[in-house]
Design a protein. Sequence first.
Length: 355
Amino acid sequence: MTRRHRDQRGIVLPLVLIIGLLLSASIFTFTRRSLIDGMIVRNRDKAAAAEALASGGVQIAIAIVFQDQYLKLLEAFSEGTRAGAKLTDQWARVADSPLYVGTEGKLTLRIEDAGARLNLNALVPTGVTEAEAAASDEAEEFMVAFMEKILDELELKTEERIYDPREMAQNLLDYIDEDDVAINGRSEDEYYRNQDPPYTAANRPLLSVEEIAMIEGFDTQIADAMRPYVTVHPLLGEQGINVNTAPPHVLSVVYSGSSGDRQLSDEDIVRDIMQVREQEKIVCSQTESAPDICVGLSEAGLGFGGMYPEVDLPMEATVFLITSEARFGDVVRRVEAVVDISERETPRLLSWRAL
């Protein structure tokens, strides 16, 4: 009996230990799962709050733009001057003043004038056929210079230099223009019909920067490299770059000088334009309307022949690129929107990207 009792005790002890370990593991798993579920719920709540705040930030930005434009119109009316956009406007300075919501929420807005970038759709103007034909050579030469700059900045290796700036310039213009005959005389759709799935040249304004990657000779790498310089808004716009709101890197692609001999801006021209801003003045096509604040194109280093695409300065901003970034704790949500306020009472949403 004594021996049997010892054997039973020897069996029970390991069983107790095993059951204890299983129970401990179950408790640990349950506790860990509860913590994870709690974290998921909290992160989901933070994500929802961040998304709502980022979306609301776009509405706040639109209200700021409207208020600023209204005040500028009153000022222009009283002084008899034109209301041109500039970087001292209220909408341009909101990035320096983030909004805090509670202890964890933070909203940062950035508002940009769409005219501060190169509108690719302005390279193919609408109107009479003669005007289109006259502009095509200038558009091609400008795009060749622009693409050469983009490719230089990519610093491609020798084996990666498969891009031809002139072919790219011609293909982009062909993709936008209304006809289906390429600049070199072939069919524009020859390349596109051989893709999988096949498609055709748009023969209309570009609808997004991403669409650039669909053009013959281009790809996602090139489209991403062009993104900081270009816009497609307004879709039917024909104005060139607003040098009064463009950042320095965009100023470097301003094409100016005498017709037939224009070049991209060098460092001296960019520096001259930045100095105009430091003096709290603006570049104007005609300085007579406001001689106290206007600086002529030639004085700003832009030569006597004007810029291409043409732009009438000072230019009023009507289309804005809005970036609304909301943070709740460690959760970040961002919305990029393009808004047209040319209709004073009803702003039009042209683009919306939630990131």
